[in-house]
Design a binder for this molecule. Structure first.
Ligand SMILES: [Zn+2]
Length: 295
């Protein structure tokens, strides 16, 4: 087995475990919430997810206008490439991206970004909206862009067409329910996709967004290591991969304000991925990076 393949399998195990861990966390939180004081909550009824509340109509209207302006960049790039790993590098811009949420740490991360006036891009997993959609709403309201990361963090490259379609569209339907603009960005879980995936994305005018710096924060290597990896990899047009969900993300949440401060000190301007595509798109002829398992 190649080291790359081994790494990939190891990563899949970690993410699967993390998704499971979040499930356990959700259940324990729900049980806690139903415990104290409310004597009628003694059964599984306490696992009721919070009701879906969509964004206010005026906010939805603002977001649609903002998306329409930003989508110009996506449309432009899609004319010559179905995927990107970075921007063009002519401007000193950088994009923070967060995968595998929404989760219990999403509100804290969104808040840090908001306080520092840093727009970011989130690639979210559909089924997690059931419990954590408030974080998605907060992110959208703050001007962050929400992309699609499938309904259940699926390994698309090993699924037939109908299942791949469901994975992509179910997540988009969650966003629709919340009043968040139609996702035009997609990130494949595990970097796994195939020609079928690309055909589905093309039909939906979705741009596949990969990354140029992997912080590997999901392994919880310590706040200092996460910050150092981001700073070591930071370049003009960089797309940084971080995780706000899929497991315990306290280290990422603690690293975000430090990363923002240090990147600012080095003169980087923070943009969303669509903004980067509009301001400073990558040149044609992009090559797929080595970490990608699809093709
Ligand atoms: Zn993921």
């Amino acid at each position: 087995m190649s080291p790359h393949r081994r790494r990939q399998i190891q990563r899949r195990r970690i993410v699967a475990l993390s998704v499971f861990a979040v499930g356990v966390l959700v259940i324990s939180l729900a049980i806690d919430a139903g415990g104290g004081g409310s004597s009628h909550h003694t059964t599984g009824a306490s696992l009721q997810p919070p009701p879906i509340v969509s964004l206010e109509a005026t906010v939805q209207e603002d977001l649609r206008r903002q998306a329409a302006a930003q989508n110009v960049g996506i449309d432009h790039v899609l004319k010559y490439t179905p995927f990107v790993t970075s921007g063009g590098g002519r401007r000193k811009e950088i994009a923070l991206t967060f995968d595998d949420g929404p989760g219990p740490y999403t509100p804290q991360i969104v808040n840090s970004l908001k306080k520092a006036h840093v727009p970011a891009t989130f690639f979210e997993v559909g089924f997690l909206e059931t419990y954590f959609h408030a974080g998605t709403r907060d992110a959208a309201r703050a001007g962050d862009v929400i992309g699609d990361h499938t309904e259940r963090h699926a390994h698309l490259g090993s699924l037939p067409k109908a299942a791949q379609r469901d994975q992509i569209d179910s997540q988009a339907q969650w966003l629709h329910k919340l009043g968040v603009p139609q996702p035009r960005l997609f990130r494949p879980p595990y970097g796994s996709f195939n020609d079928t995936t690309m055909a589905l994305l093309k039909k939906r005018r979705m741009l596949m967004v990969l990354w140029s710096v992997d912080s590997q924060d999901y392994r919880q290597p310590g706040v200092g290591t996460i910050v150092r990896r981001v700073m070591d990899g930071a370049k003009r047009g960089g797309i940084i991969l971080l995780h706000d969900g899929g497991g315990v993300r306290s280290q990422t949440a603690a690293a975000v304000p430090i990363i923002i401060k240090q990147l600012r000190k080095r003169g980087f301007k923070f943009v969303t991925v669509p903004q980067m595509m509009a301001d400073d798109p990558p040149p044609p002829g992009q090559r797929l990076p080595h970490y990608i398992s699809g093709g």
